[in-house]
Ligand binder design. Structure first.
Ligand code: FMN
Length: 214
């Protein structure tokens, strides 16, 4: 598609607004309210978010992962602890999460520390996964370079044999991280690019709330 055609794509946002006179004192409470709406409007895509990390060479990297839990501490996702993202987190655990709920014209940007969740919590989630996903976690050294002819399915078959008739235990290289938020920005698309933006910043025990220009 030509640059001209792309530049002709226009979108005006008009579905909702942030009522600044009536906002929650806690960003996780507000996130939960918006998340409920996102699930209702587009269940399949509500849980995906873009996770950005920064490497030891200061190179940022982003990828999509799935939200698997929210509690008062933060936002949990699961991954391979030896993957590129986990190596980044080992040297710099400040990460950024970006949720874009297109149907609601809403965006949430989170900055915070990614902390490994307990083995017990990772075990609990791992045991709830379908068996093929459990075997998949064993079968792939996520982010490692593999031969172009490498047979991922045969690797999976090896693990099928190993765990035949047994529960698949969680590999120690696989588990969850909780992103403990320090800043959370809520963005609501508005007409004429005059979007609503609300920033929560953690200050010791309370959250400071500020409105940002669009
Ligand atoms: C819709 C979608 C959901 C994904 N969910 C996850 C996930 O929950 N955990 C994960 O490790 N990778 C997930 N991935 C794959 C990642 O985007 C990425 O390819 C992988 O984690 C390796 O990233 P890294 O090499 O930067 O560590 C998902 C990809 C997509 C497109």
């Amino acid at each position: 598609m030509s640059i001209k055609k792309i530049s002709e794509i226009r979108e005006d946002f008009k579905k909702s607004e942030i009522d600044f006179s009536n906002i929650s004192d806690h960003p996780i409470k507000m996130f939960n309210d918006w998340f409920e709406m996102a699930l209702e409007s587009d269940k399949d895509n509500a849980i995906s978010f873009v996770l950005s990390t920064v490497s030891s060479e200061n190179i940022p990297s982003s990828r999509v992962v799935l939200l698997r839990g929210i509690d008062e501490n933060g936002f949990t996702f699961f991954t391979n602890y030896e993957s590129a993202k986990s190596k980044d987190i080992e040297v710099n655990n400040m990460v950024s999460a970006n949720f874009f709920w297109e149907k609601l014209e809403k965006q949430v940007r989170i900055t915070g520390k990614a902390i490994k969740i307990s083995s017990a919590d990772s075990d609990k989630y791992f045991s709830s996964r379908p068996r093929y996903s459990q075997l998949g976690a064993w079968s792939s050294d996520q982010s490692s370079i593999i031969d172009v002819y490498y047979k991922l399915m045969s690797k999976m078959d090896e693990f099928k044999e190993i765990f035949k008739g047994k529960e698949v235990e969680r590999p120690l290289h696989w588990g969850g991280y909780c992103i403990v938020p320090e800043k959370v920005e809520f963005w609501q698309g508005r007409p004429s690019r005059l979007h609503d933006r609300l920033l929560f910043t953690k200050q010791k025990t309370i959250w400071k709330k500020e409105r940002l220009a669009p």
